[in-house]
Design a protein around this ligand. Structure first.
Ligand code: BDP
Length: 721
């Protein structure tokens, strides 16, 4: 082969691969695309206001911030930006923490430092000797880094950078991802590939992905990560793994991200050679103290432990006749000398308890209010059952004023179509956060409990079960990135509207074109209601197929634990459908404040979206719109399908606003979503129809398969299980 022919072949091969690489990169880059600004006027305005970067200080964090600015600006403004250690020239971008600022710079600051906390930031247009500059500062280097990401967000979303005077600070201290990652690389309920953590190659090999993970998290203010599954292996606490954990902690530290681990309660037996894990046993207490010392020696800023105890078969203090307070406080004592915390999960229910599962966590934990050590925070799922498409807020949020409670949301879509359905979750999160607990009268919303403001708690937290894996696009669905992004934004500011977040995300991830933003934002905002409609309308819940939770399974009734069976939750019979949790039923409503219990108890005042969560009603029950319950239910299922079809129509018109790869990916995924929405509708309606004995109302499409067919479907290899 002559040389030029060889080169020609190489070139052809490159051309074949190159476009894939470019768009794969777009998938990979998340919301940190830093693509050249299309609007020339805006770009030249930015050009005229940004000359060079003047970093004050040289910490790893300031270096990361500087690098991010360089990377961002070189992409957005399509030019290299140099560093300069002076303010002689105008339009310097000055970055540094408070103590690095000189008198002249400080003169430009009024009370901004007083109104931000340790992680807050200030972005301000300032003047030094009649020259204009931009200052990005905070009390700490991490604050500066957050400021940098937020300054870049201004550019990415084409905002004005004229006369800036922005101060912002997180409203919650612990903003954390929970990875349900196993040491063998699988992820429980993960739908985006395998675990990011390559335990085999750690500690030596630091994958660039770890750094990009840290950048992405820092850009939205996430400051903690639990590396391992709540169903934990004790091995993570052995020196062999702690060395690897240390390497990750070192990698994340410059980005303000602390590492935490799930602690398996029986670890003293499994890896410590003790006979018991009884929290009253001195050897056990010592073992945890020594373990904490060992960890902090390696990782001085280790965050602490997350614990799933006596829940779904996990070991815990009850195995030794002790209780949650005993277990949590023992671990809390072990990490307290080092400033660590214990996040003790409240996700408990028991097959030996005949009470309504929705009542069990409250019954078990509320009596302990005020008994936990200061560095314990209870981690409570948003609803009392389990991350359903819709659940009323967990009654524990209104019932434990003396205990800090942190929110646990699920970002990974275990019950929401895995990573093939487009569902914008910040809408769901917002609904929970805004719910009124009436703990101290009207307006005492869930958000005021978890941000500590209502009951004056010092430790506050919010956790999101991560949807991140090693797929090129991290989350399996391009739009699932918005759920990671949105979670972070809401963790930073849980009062933020999910619409604002969707808009920022779209601008940063895809395009600033209004003709793209408006319809796609609407599509995102409607997507959560769509999935509720085609899966579990009117308060239905937990009717997914068993184990893997993929697809409908309202007929499942043979699992060993009653509350694992969908029939337990919908209770459909010839008389009607729904779980009576009112005072005539399980009386779960009594776990809410009296005002709220009254609202939920009465079918007339109970919000229709929660109707079958709280009531068992006849098929002929009249809904507010005059339809019978049967017809209303069927129409809701149909509406869900229609909504997905509308999403498809919207998306099909967006071709010109983004790269072909992502456009097509979403298009293909929406096809799956429509197919599965119809599957849900048909399977559920055929199943419930056996009890209602009624025809489908006008407007609802006829199923094309039989109930037998749907019941015969099996998915032994559904992901995430
Ligand atoms: C359920 C999941 C299970 C988790 C459990 C938990 O199906 O995989 O281990 O929650 O949160 O939703 O502990």
């Amino acid at each position: 082969m002559n040389q030029s022919f060889f080169l020609y072949i190489i070139l052809q091969l490159y051309l074949l691969i190159a476009p894939c690489n470019i768009s794969a990169q777009e998938d990979y880059k998340l919301w940190l695309q830093y693509k050249k600004i299309q609007d020339n006027k805006i770009a030249s305005n930015y050009q005229s206001k940004i000359y060079r970067i003047y970093p004050l200080g040289n910490s790893e964090t300031i270096q990361a911030a500087t690098k991010e600015l360089q990377q961002g600006i070189s992409g957005l403004l399509d030019r290299k930006i140099a560093l300069q250690q002076s303010t002689n020239t105008e339009n310097m971008l000055i970055l540094g923490n408070k103590s690095s600022l000189n008198e002249a710079i400080l003169k430009n600051i009024k009370n901004e430092f007083d109104i931000i906390n340790e992680e807050g930031y200030i972005i301000k247009s300032i003047q030094l000797k009649n020259k204009k500059h931009l200052l990005i500062t905070g009390k700490t280097d991490i604050g500066v880094l957050y400021g940098v990401f937020n300054f870049l967000k201004l550019l990415q979303t084409n905002q004005s950078i004229e006369n800036l005077a922005i101060t912002d600070a997180p409203k919650i201290n612990v903003r954390i991802l929970n990875h349900w990652d196993n040491l063998n690389g699988t992820i429980e309920r993960g739908y985006a590939g395998s675990s990011l953590w390559n335990w085999h190659k750690l500690p030596e090999f630091i994958d660039q992905r770890y750094i990009d993970y840290a950048r992405a998290n820092a850009s939205i203010g996430i400051n903690g990560t639990v590396l391992n599954n709540v169903n934990a292996s004790a091995l993570i606490l052995t020196p062999q793994y702690l060395e690897k954990v240390e390497a990750l902690a070192n990698t994340f530290r410059p980005y303000g991200i602390k590492v935490y681990l799930t602690a398996r309660f029986s670890a003293p037996i499994e890896i410590g050679g003790l006979k018991t894990a009884d929290p009253y046993d001195t050897e056990v207490i010592n073992w945890w103290e020594e373990k904490a010392k060992e960890i902090y020696l390696r990782i001085p800023d280790f965050g602490g432990f997350l614990v799933k105890a006596n829940s779904e078969g996990q070991p815990g203090p009850q195995n030794y006749g002790r209780n949650h307070v005993d277990g949590a406080n023992m671990l809390a004592d072990a990490v307290a000398p080092f400033g660590g915390i214990v996040m003790w999960r409240a996700f408990v229910y028991s097959e030996h308890d005949v009470n309504d599962r929705a009542k069990q966590a409250y019954s078990e934990f509320v009596p302990y209010d005020g008994q936990f050590k200061k560095n314990v925070i209870l981690q409570v799922k948003n609803g009392a059952i389990d991350f359903q498409p819709r659940e009323p807020f967990h009654p524990m949020f209104g019932a434990m004023p003396k205990t800090p409670l942190m929110m646990e949301f699920q970002i990974t879509q275990e019950y929401l179509g895995f990573s093939s359905h487009l569902v914008y979750l910040p809408k769901l999160f917002q609904e929970t956060l805004e719910s009124d607990t009436y703990q101290k009268g009207k307006g005492t919303t869930v958000v005021k409990i978890i941000d500590g403001s209502l009951n004056n708690h010092k430790i506050t937290g919010i956790a999101g079960v991560a949807n991140i894996g090693n797929d090129i696009n991290w989350t399996g669905h391009p739009f699932a990135q918005a759920n990671w992004y949105g979670f972070g934004r809401q963790a930073w500011n849980p009062y933020l509207d999910s619409e604002t977040i969707a808009e920022d995300w779209l601008r940063m991830t895809f395009s600033n074109e209004e003709n793209f933003i408006k319809p796609v934002k609407e599509m995102m905002l409607e997507s959560r209601e769509a999935i509720v409609n085609y899966m579990t309308p009117l308060g239905l819940h937990h009717i997914m197929d068993t184990g893997h939770h993929y697809g409908p399974g309202p007929w499942v009734s043979t699992l060993s634990r009653p509350e694992w069976n969908p029939v337990y939750y919908h209770k459909a019979d010839t008389k009607g459908i729904g779980f009576d949790r009112s005072k005539t039923g399980s009386n779960a409503t009594a776990q809410y404040a009296a005002e709220l219990a009254k609202i939920f108890d009465n079918t007339a005042s109970c919000p229709e979206k929660d109707l079958l969560w709280f009531h068992h009603l006849s098929w002929d029950y009249k809904l507010k719109n005059g339809e019978t319950l049967w017809n209303g239910l069927a129409l809701k299922y149909q509406e869900g399908v229609n909504q997905v079809e509308k999403m498809q129509t919207t998306w099909d018109q967006m071709k010109n606003y983004l790269d072909e790869t992502r456009f097509k990916e979403v298009q293909m995924l929406l096809n799956i979503q429509r197919k599965e929405a119809k599957w849900w509708r048909d399977a559920c309606l055929l199943y419930f129809q056996q009890f209602s004995g009624k025809e489908l109302p006008k407007g609802v499409e006829k199923p094309t398969q039989t109930l037998n067919y749907f019941q015969s479907l099996k998915f032994p290899f559904a992901p995430g299980n």
